[in-house]
Write a protein that binds this ligand. Structure first.
Ligand code: ATP
Ligand code: MG
Length: 231
């Protein structure tokens, strides 16, 4: 079943001479439980695409359906709730809250939902798996880039979202930690039947995913595993 459907998606930044066509008629679908790698050179439109799917930015044209819901039709408040309950986002720049410690940053998306209980054991497990449990009372400014990145990954997984959008989640990690993080994402994906769309520059990691989507200059170039297109 397609959990994510993108139809004829276009996005421009700016106007007139300065206009940048960041996405051009992008179309693809992702099925529930798939782990998809999003590849493309710097400036090709990867973050733009993730931000629009995650409801953080709006498209100029086209349609995005998540679990059959057209997200452009949701009111701001509905979108915020939908996003919090269903989407885990790992930002390229981490976007941690500087005034909260590691544990509270990770628990934040859950604690926003009044009445939802914070699964302490699960958060502890995530922080242990990501080897930052000993940093739980530290603040983001006291962490290295790679540690902050792992906090951002834990935060995205804390809610057990059905869709995980990860913008270069291993960009700042050494190869051993990168492999650990990819394994964690794969295990989590299998255990909770999560769909993952992950930006990476690493071709080897991309080849280990279920499918590769490649964009270049705002165009979809590849949608499949073998360099071809996927029906
Ligand atoms: N807020 C913005 N205003 C104007 N132009 C923007 C904005 N955000 C992105 N762009 C432009 O849109 C294009 C796509 O940018 P995007 O950030 O999506 O690339 P990317 O593939 O994520 O690159 P990277 O690998 O470097 O993160 C680029 O030409 C960029 O300069
Ligand atoms: Mg980017």
């Amino acid at each position: 079943m397609a959990i994510l459907e993108i139809r004829n998606l276009s996005k421009n930044y700016g106007k007139g001479e300065n206009q940048v066509k960041a996405l051009k008629h992008i179309e693809f679908q992702i099925n529930q439980g798939e782990f998809v790698a999003l590849l493309g050179t710097s400036g090709s439109g990867k973050s733009t695409l993730l931000n629009i799917i995650g409801g953080l930015d709006t498209a100029a044209k086209g349609e995005i359906k998540i679990q059959g819901k057209n997200i452009a039709k949701l009111k701001a408040k509905e979108l915020a709730i939908f996003r919090r309950r269903n989407i885990g986002f790992v930002f390229q720049n981490y976007s941690l809250m500087p005034v909260l410690n590691v544990y509270d940053n990770v628990a934040l998306p859950v604690s926003f939902d009044r009445g939802r209980h914070i699964d302490h054991a699960y958060i502890k497990q995530l922080l242990q798996d990501l080897k930052i449990w000993d940093k739980r009372t530290k603040y983001p400014s006291e962490l290295s880039g790679g540690q902050q990145q792992r906090v951002a990954i834990a935060r995205a997984l804390a809610n057990k979202p059905s869709l995980i959008l990860a913008d270069e989640p291993t960009g700042n990690l050494d190869s051993k930690t990168t492999n650990d993080v990819i394994s964690l994402l794969k295990t989590s994906g299998k255990q909770y039947n999560q769909t993952i769309l992950m930006v990476t520059h690493n071709e080897i990691i991309a080849q280990s995913c279920d499918r590769i989507i490649r964009i270049e200059d705002g165009f979809l170039l590849e949608n499949g595993k073998d360099g071809g297109f996927y029906a």
